[in-house]
Write a protein that binds this ligand. Structure first.
Ligand code: ZN
Length: 197
C-alpha cells in the first residue's frame, strides 16, 4: 500500500484542540456572520470591539465519487452576541436528500434543525459523547451554549455540497438565546420585536 492511500485511510485528531494534522482549516470570524445574528444592534456593538474568531472547520475529502464520504472537524468557540450564543452560519445540502451525522467530542451545545418542507424546528443536544442525525432537506446550525470550545465531527456524503445562500437570505425561524442563565429557543420574529419594545 502506498503512503498517500494510507494517509486517506487513517487520520489522527486531537479532541482537546480540534486539530487534524494535514487538513486545511477554514476560519469564520464575526465579520463573516454579518446578517446572521438577530440582534443587529448587539452585532454592530460587538463588531466595533473587534473581529473575534467564532469557529473553524477542517475538512477531509479522501475521495469524491458517488459512494464516498467527506468529514469535517469543527471547533466553535464559546461566546455571545447580545444574548445569542455563537453559532455557525448553517446550511442546507445542495443535494437535499443528503443526511449527515454529527458526533460531539468536547464542550456543550446544540444543533438547530429546520425542515425545509415542514418548517418545523428542533433543538437537539450536541455535546461531548452525543450524536446527532441530521436528515435530508433539513437546515442545520451548530450552537455553543457552554463555556469551552464545542468540538465535533460532521460526516456526510461527498456529493452533499453546501448551500449557505438559502440560509443567508431567509435565516432560521428560531434563535437560541441566553435567558435567566439558560439556553432558550425563541421565535426569531418575537425575539426581534421584543428588542424594540
Ligand atoms: Zn451539513
Amino acid at each position: 500500500m502506498n503512503a498517500s492511500l494510507l494517509e486517506k485511510l487513517a487520520q489522527e485528531y486531537d479532541p482537546r484542540t480540534g486539530t487534524l494534522p494535514g487538513a486545511q482549516a477554514s476560519q469564520r470570524h464575526l465579520i463573516d456572520l454579518r446578517g446572521s445574528f438577530a440582534n443587529e444592534a448587539a452585532y454592530d456593538a460587538a463588531a466595533r470591539q473587534g473581529n473575534p474568531l467564532l469557529y473553524s472547520v477542517s475538512m477531509v475529502q479522501p475521495a469524491s465519487g458517488d459512494g464516498d464520504l467527506h468529514y469535517g472537524l469543527g471547533v466553535l468557540l464559546p461566546g455571545r452576541v447580545g444574548s445569542e450564543y455563537y453559532f455557525t452560519r448553517g446550511h442546507f445540502h445542495v443535494w437535499r436528500d443528503a443526511a449527515e451525522v454529527y458526533i460531539g467530542l468536547r464542550g456543550s451545545g446544540c444543533m438547530l434543525l429546520e425542515g425545509e418542507r415542514t418548517g418545523e424546528s428542533h433543538l437537539v443536544p450536541l455535546s461531548a459523547h452525543s450524536i446527532v442525525y441530521v436528515p435530508g432537506h433539513t437546515a442545520h446550525r451548530t450552537i455553543n451554549t457552554g463555556t469551552e470550545p464545542l468540538i465535533y465531527f460532521g460526516i456526510c456524503p461527498a456529493k452533499s455540497g453546501h448551500d449557505y445562500g438559502t440560509i443567508a437570505r431567509q435565516n432560521f425561524r428560531k434563535v437560541v438565546v441566553e435567558k435567566d442563565g439558560q439556553p432558550t429557543l425563541m421565535d426569531r420574529v418575537e425575539f426581534v420585536n421584543a428588542l424594540h419594545r
